[in-house]
Ligand binder design. Structure first.
Ligand code: URP
Ligand code: ZN
Ligand code: ZN
Ligand code: ZN
Length: 475
């Protein structure tokens, strides 16, 4: 037959276009788009469905070694299985350098953790915590050339943060080597100061995590990161932006022609500080950094998605079980907020939430949904056009959506290994009913159909959007 698989009668939606066409898949790639394409070993009828590029979750944490005894509940096995069931076909988690460790060792270790585990394709970002001379002059240039072309740096957390001079050296290296830098922008000293004040008056419940991680601390660090990047003349991506203060800084930079990109996540649309204020210790389930803010912040984040301030929508899946001495209860269920492992699960719910709340509610259109969840991350992290679009020659990573299907989020029906979802009971319209990774069906009707070890490691090119100014935004 002409094709391995033919997807017929669907409405194809990319970041740019929507059109009716059949998709012919051969050897895991899109080989033809059109009508009456020929015959195939397998025919999938997509009548009435939308066919979109499979999601790329460009910010998630899987099996990341942590210094304090906490253990992530999801590795590549359960994490990518869960992602696939939610319509995602590529994840980019983090190979994290411990202070004193070589970056190469961190990357090698992360390959060992992922080998043979993944249901869908994956690339690595690195986390750079110890930018020694060797790391900057030897390891990073080599790793970037080998396909690890993006990394995250932190301005907060004692075991991760860089000082401004270190940030400048790292940014200068990224400029020379063509890497994309992601930054966690919160001011560490502001948070430490507020934490001590709160603790001194007994305000240690999970709720006060939100007060300690003030939006002013996020704004300051966002502005500082932008300024350092401008000084060096290198693009920068601000991850997990929570509200209007940081958004204003990013918009300001963009309006001045700087290549500053923004990422936000479902928790900043769906949760507020009130979700940290629950009976007993349960607010710990929603402790993440930056924390969810208030309804006005949610509106500002929506507006940022609508108006193009944000290019990327990721989960920031950080999987800690609630009822677990290696999870949220690492220091017991009376622990002060600053000892609660940070993060929220969300690999499987990321796309259905943005689809329902964004596309179905008509806050963003379907093409912007595709841009935010697949095409832009592929471009920004050097995977385009292999990933992130529906085009001849691209990998056949496709998600078929039933835009009328109604579901209710139930943790019991998710495929991660976390024992809760912050979105329990949320009613959604629109479902990923079939997900293909390189032409193979990896999930059907919210259930996994693939197998661990099918997913391949992806080497990333140096991203065009990481090039210094010279203009044309690259989209
Ligand atoms: O609270 C969060 N977001 N934890 C995950 C690690 C990070 O900083 O993204
Ligand atoms: Zn972060
Ligand atoms: Zn994160
Ligand atoms: Zn602790």
């Amino acid at each position: 037959s002409d094709f391995d698989t033919l997807i017929k009668n669907g409405l194809i939606i990319t970041a740019a276009d929507r059109f009716h066409a059949d998709i012919g898949i051969k050897d895991g790639r899109i080989a033809a788009l059109g009508q009456a394409l020929g015959d195939a070993a397998e025919v999938i009828d997509a009548q009435g469905l939308w066919v979109m590029p499979g999601g790329i979750d460009a910010h998630c944490h899987l099996d990341q070694p942590l210094g304090d005894g906490a253990v992530m509940a999801d590795g590549f096995h359960s994490g990518t299985r869960s992602a696939a069931c939610g319509g995602t076909t590529t994840v980019i988690p983090f190979a994290a350098q411990q202070k004193g460790q070589s970056l190469r060792a961190a990357v090698d270790d992360y390959h060992r953790r992922s080998e043979g585990q993944a249901f869908i394709d994956y690339a690595f970002h690195m986390i750079v915590t110890d930018p020694t001379e060797t790391v900057l002059k030897e390891e990073l240039p080599a790793l970037i050339a080998e396909g690890y072309s993006s990394f995250k740096i932190y301005l907060t957390y004692d075991d991760l943060k860089l000082n401004d001079r270190e940030v400048l050296e790292v940014l200068a290296m990224a400029r020379r080597e063509g890497a994309m830098v992601m930054v966690h922008a919160e001011n560490a000293d502001c948070i430490a100061y507020l934490t001590e004040l709160l603790e001194a008056c007994g305000k240690t419940a999970p709720y006060y995590h939100g007060e300690a991680h003030s939006a002013i601390a996020e704004r300051e660090a966002t502005h500082r990161a932008i300024s350092l990047a401008e000084l060096v003349d290198v693009p920068l991506l601000i991850v997990h932006v929570s509200g209007p203060e940081a958004i204003e800084q990013i918009r300001w930079a963009q309006s001045r022609g700087l290549r500053v990109y923004g990422e936000t996540c479902p928790q900043y649309l769906m949760l507020t500080a009130q979700d940290l204020d629950q009976e007993g210790f349960a607010g710990a389930k929603c402790v993440c950094s930056p924390p969810p803010r208030d309804p006005a912040a949610q509106q500002a984040v929506w507006q940022g998605l609508e108006t193009g301030v944000f290019q990327v929508f990721s989960s920031d899946h950080a999987p800690f079980r609630y009822e677990d001495p290696k999870g949220k209860k690492l220091h017991g269920d009376q622990a002060a907020f600053q000892h609660i492992p940070n993060g929220i699960p969300g690999l499987e719910t990321r796309l259905p939430i943005l689809f329902s709340e964004g596309v179905v509610q008509e806050r963003i259109d379907a093409t912007r949904f595709v841009a935010l969840t697949a095409t832009n991350p592929a471009k920004i992290y050097g995977l385009y056009p292999r990933k992130g679009t529906i085009a001849i020659g691209s990998d056949a990573d496709l998600t078929l959506w039933d835009r009328a299907a109604r579901t209710t989020v139930r943790n019991a029906e998710l495929h991660h290994a976390v024992d809760y979802t912050p979105y329990e009971g949320l009613e959604l319209t629109g479902s990923p009913v079939l997900t293909l990774c390189r032409g193979r069906v990896v999930a059907r009707d919210g259930k996994p159909t693939g197998e661990p070890g099918y997913g391949r490691f992806l080497e990333c090119d140096r991203p065009q959007p990481a090039r210094p100014r010279g203009f044309s935004k690259g989209f």
